[in-house]
Write a protein of this length. Sequence first.
Length: 262
Amino acid sequence: MATRSEPVIRVRGLVTRFGVQTIHDGLDLDVRRGEVLGVVGGSGTGKSVLLKAIIGLVRPAAGTIQVLGDDTATLDDAARIRLQARWGVLFQDGALFSSMTVSENIQVPLKEHTSLDPFTIAEVARIKIAMTGLPPSAGSKYPSELSGGMRKRAGLARALALDPEILFLDEPTAGLDPIGAAAFDALIRNLQRSLGLTVFMVTHDLDSLRAICDRIAVLIDKRIVVDTLEKLRLLDHPWIREYFHGPRGRAALAGDERRAEG
Ligand SMILES: Nc1ncnc2c1ncn2[C@@H]1O[C@H](COP(=O)(O)OP(=O)(O)OP(=O)(O)O)[C@@H](O)[C@H]1O
């Protein structure tokens, strides 16, 4: 059983490979309870593969992954299903079932993992819809009838269906306009605070990193370097220099610098 001071996710010596391509090579990472961790890195460096390895969709070639005190490689089927119910995942495209309404999508994990009666399940779905800022009318709509931002909220509502302890997000603001992205960031931060969630967020969005992440994990040379944004920006590595000090980085971080100077 995990104690409160133990990391909720503990990765040690992770190696992942596809054929001859090594994606991670001896990667270590601790995710602390209650933090929002932003995971960044160049395209193809293995951010999504790391998320998938942690949630059991990619099998490591070596190393250990503990989630909420359980070593994910040693679980039997029943224990794995119990652990899966303690996290929620929002994939980049929302990954909603197109033939189901939003409410029905949210009900899927509740039907799979609980023995609640249909009335209660529908009621929980209604609450999750409200929690993610969707209007009540969204419940009876199909994903194709929603805007991109609403689809992300519906995916988030489904990820939260079982009151998870950990929320995994894969590029949650990709495809949203800046105002929609800022609103989604604020929603995640509010939910994280009010529900005490630990958030593991793969992102390219510097505004999100600045706005809601407590620490940033950078995938460099098949491993992770993790620190606060302020400290990471000072590291002398070509990708970090380009990312944080290139034109987009400077623009996103300019607000902080103005505040610091003022
Ligand atoms: N199922 C798979 N089979 C073979 N190779 C894969 C598979 N999944 C990922 N890869 C490879 O692993 C590498 C890392 O992929 P990943 O999707 O984790 O990158 P990423 O850092 O999330 O990139 P991006 O920011 O572009 O989304 C890539 O070279 C990718 O082609």
